[in-house]
Design a protein around this ligand. Sequence first.
Ligand code: CAA
Length: 264
Amino acid sequence: MSEFETILLERKGGSDGKGGVGWITLNRPKALNALNAQVLADITAALDELERDDSIGAVVLTGSEKAFAAGADIKEMATKSYMDMFLADTFAGWDRLANFRKPTIAAVAGYALGGGCEVAMMCDILIAADTAKFGQPEIKLGVIPGMGGSQRLTRAVGKAKAMDLILTGRNMGVEEAERAGVVSRIVPADQLLDTALEAAQTIASMSLPAAMLAKAAVNRSFETSLAEGLLFERRAFHSLFATDDQKEGMAAFTEKRPPNFTNS
Ligand code: CAA
């Protein structure tokens, strides 16, 4: 696996060619994992590597105990002009994470603010330590969320709470975040990484094409009408009957044994 400047990339398991977990740790401790251009470049390269790697069935993205990420790098942005931001299409590159095809889990402890909250919400599952704090404080800097906060947060929590968070810039504790639908599960801080790994390994042990289509079908629901979404789901469901894994999964059930999926 490659070396990166601002992240650590590990592979957990998968030595038999499947069922492995890609593990990305944000690693800018002095800046509370603030998301600068190098972080995006590193994450993009890591995701490209993990997408190509057939042994990887799920990816975990995590930070430190103190901060998942305290937002986009304010010092990097502070002196930019409108034209700098427009021509670089700043933050568009993060679509790479949102559009990553294998399942992703954000394992969040400490601050997930601004871009940190937005990156966590780009992942499919968000497992939070009881120390996690979420917020979109951009308004306090004279700007607004720019990596999807006004859209993904609103879809997750509804207008009332999204407006409250985005207009006041207040932080939201983990209990409130779970009640509101941002967080999938809360765990004690010392169990965060083990829980995320277990969830990722569980997902990676499934048929990869089924997991990828399940992710695509859920994400489709945010982009389309109910009728179109149901059609997408049904066609995807039908397509899985072209896989060996469907035959294996259903045969294993009938024969009362664990399935041996081959991602084929
Ligand atoms: N960008 C750049 N540097 C950051 C940063 C950020 N988003 N967040 C923290 N840091 C740096 C601090 O400047 C500090 O560096 P120095 O030691 O060189 O001064 C270091 O990380 C430690 O931070 P603090 O001393 O502030 O730590 P703290 O424990 O006192 O406070 C905090 C923690 C409340 C998270 C505070 O750091 C903070 O408010 N950070 C900014 C949060 C924020 O506004 N995020 C939104 C950014 S804009 C954005 O994300 C736009 C978008 O939609 C994509």
